[in-house]
Design a protein around this ligand. Sequence first.
Ligand SMILES: [Zn+2]
Length: 306
Amino acid sequence: MSVAFITHVDCSLHGAGIDHPERAQRLSAIQDALVENQLASVLAHYEAPLAEREFLNVVHAKDYVDTVYSITPAIDDVWLDPDTFMTAGSLTAALRAVGANTLAIDLLMNQEARQVFCAVRPPGHHAEHNRAMGFCLFNNVAVAAAYARMKYSVDRVAIIDFDVHHGNGTENIFQNEPDVLFCSLFQHPFYPHSDVNPQSKHIIKIPLKAGTKGGEYRNLFTSKCIPAIEKFEPQLILVSAGFDAHVEDDLAGLCLVDADYAWLAAEIKKLAESLCEGKVAFTLEGGYKLSALARSVSAVIKELIA
Ligand SMILES: [Zn+2]
């Protein structure tokens, strides 16, 4: 079985013409790097389908989904919060981003792919049950988890979030669902200013001070995240893979380097292989310094195909 890479050209439609760090060039930088590093040729490439609305409604309030569908920006952009915009192509892009995630579940559960990487935008982990937030319209990874539970009767899903920002949306959606373990490492204090005290046993929060380097990060991942996931015994692992904790990323203050992302990917793959027949899907969240993003994603994919 191959490692699958899912994306769609429509993901570039979101935000065309807007000067914003979450921009279409993020995806082209990743794809260019995969070609340059001779990784593209060993991946199984898939186009993301458009997500079906019924699956959005499983994790998002119907009123919220209806609102996003009803916004049809023509000339002017529509801002849903101070950071989160919609342009003419945003709904299509967002539906491809969610669709990539449901396809990822189909490929893993039907044993058509060993692991999956979804290179999509807009990102998703800040999107809550009933609101857009922090560049995110729909919570891509949350829909994937809910879809796996609904369609394939997966009992326990673990979500690892290594984006530099706390995945408040994912926590909000699964706060009352103990069969979804959510483990998030994030800079604190920092946006989105989440409460760092866990609300329940299945919500693991690992706050990190600005300036934290890879060594301490790896130690905390090893001592807190790995044992929690092993104890939970997930049947599927999903990863909110943000690359904005990279030392070269200006949006935040953590100090990871490319090799730390390779290490994370190797550790997560090992966990998946020991707990759930290798089934793990990585989905792009943040990461705004194009060169660091492209190198780090390449490092992750290199570990997955190894
Ligand atoms: Zn982020």
